[in-house]
Write a protein that binds this ligand. Structure first.
Ligand SMILES: C[S@@+](CC[C@H](N)C(=O)[O-])C[C@H]1O[C@@H](n2cnc3c(N)ncnc32)[C@H](O)[C@@H]1O
Length: 284
């Protein structure tokens, strides 16, 4: 590990080895065989982790005040590698958890373009950079979908509006914490990725109960959540990025949906090709 740090990041052929090393370090800490200080020493040696220009440095230093902001998510989507830390950034965008984030955008586009071929309305909770919408509308100019985005970070909304300039006639942004949002409208699809894994189970259940009021009788709710049973980069995110998410298994997602009053027959689970992100599908 020290050698990789002294070489300013891993070479491509060292990527898998680095992932194994990081997971081994995390195991040793969890089993109290290694003091957490050892990780801090490694972090202190990594210049990239102190600098927002690197992807992991951005995640760790949280320039917008929270992990997983619109800017870093968009850098993962667009595979933006800094010229200052190319080796570290290439690693950060190529790992399964980053691929899963890109895959969830494809999952969204496929699902929405197929289900709403004839048009309809979409509620997008915590829209972040809204690159998923930008690509959806660009790739399907014939789609007649009206989207409402609820997002609490004003800067994320500004960024998303600039990106989506050609499609603003179809997208409305509401700046609101989702827990304070309410609407009389009913939607064909309610989509949320990268939000519910920040919530504890109580908040998760409370919110999916409310979503039932906002979805049409034949509509669908889709919630993304990192997979408790598979994320080979969880230790990298947590130890090196201070990015803690509530990972959940398929069974846990089923259970939370049942706690919120959804009938078992109306619950299903999807996954993206990396199996790092799961999608809870709910119908009324
Ligand atoms: C990880 S990003 C996900 C963005 C987008 N859904 C995507 O997948 O590309 C998380 C976003 O959730 C927003 N967010 C977090 N908590 C929220 C809340 N309680 N209400 C509304 N937005 C929230 C953040 O501001 C941020 O833009």
């Amino acid at each position: 590990m020290n050698e990789i740090i002294s070489h300013e990041g891993p070479a491509i052929e060292e990527f898998d080895e680095l992932t194994v090393m990081i997971n081994e370090l995390a195991c040793q800490i969890n089993e109290n065989k290694l003091a957490p200080d050892e990780i801090q020493n490694l972090i202190n040696k990594c210049e990239s982790l102190k600098d927002q220009k690197s992807i992991m440095g951005h995640i760790l230093t949280k320039p917008h005040g929270y992990a997983g902001d619109f800017h870093i998510i968009d850098r993962i989507y667009t595979k933006e590698v800094s010229s200052k830390f190319p080796k570290w950034d290439k690693y950060s965008i190529s790992i399964p958890s980053a691929k899963a984030v890109r895959n969830r955008k494809s999952y969204f586009k496929r699902k929405v373009s197929q289900s709403l071929k004839q048009g309809g309305n979409l509620l997008n909770l915590a829209s972040g950079p809204a690159r998923d919408l930008y690509e959806l509308y660009n790739e399907n100019p014939q789609l007649e979908i009206a989207t409402t985005c609820v997002e609490m970070d004003e800067k994320a909304i500004m960024y998303a509006k600039i990106l989506n300039k050609p499609h603003l006639d179809k997208i409305a942004f509401i700046k609101k914490n989702i827990f304070r949002f309410n609407t009389e409208n009913k939607f064909d699809i309610i989509w949320s990725a990268g939000l519910f894994d920040y919530f504890d189970d109580k908040a998760f259940v409370m919110l999916i109960k409310r979503l039932k009021e906002w979805v049409k009788d034949d509509g669908e709710i889709i919630i993304g959540n990192f997979n408790e049973n598979y994320n080979p980069n969880r230790a990298y995110m947590e130890f090196f990025g201070d990015w803690y998410l509530n990972h959940r298994s398929e069974e846990q997602l089923y259970d939370l949906a049942k706690q919120a009053g959804y009938d078992e027959a109306k619950i299903s689970i999807g996954r993206e090709p990396e199996n790092v992100n799961l999608f809870l599908h709910l119908r009324k």
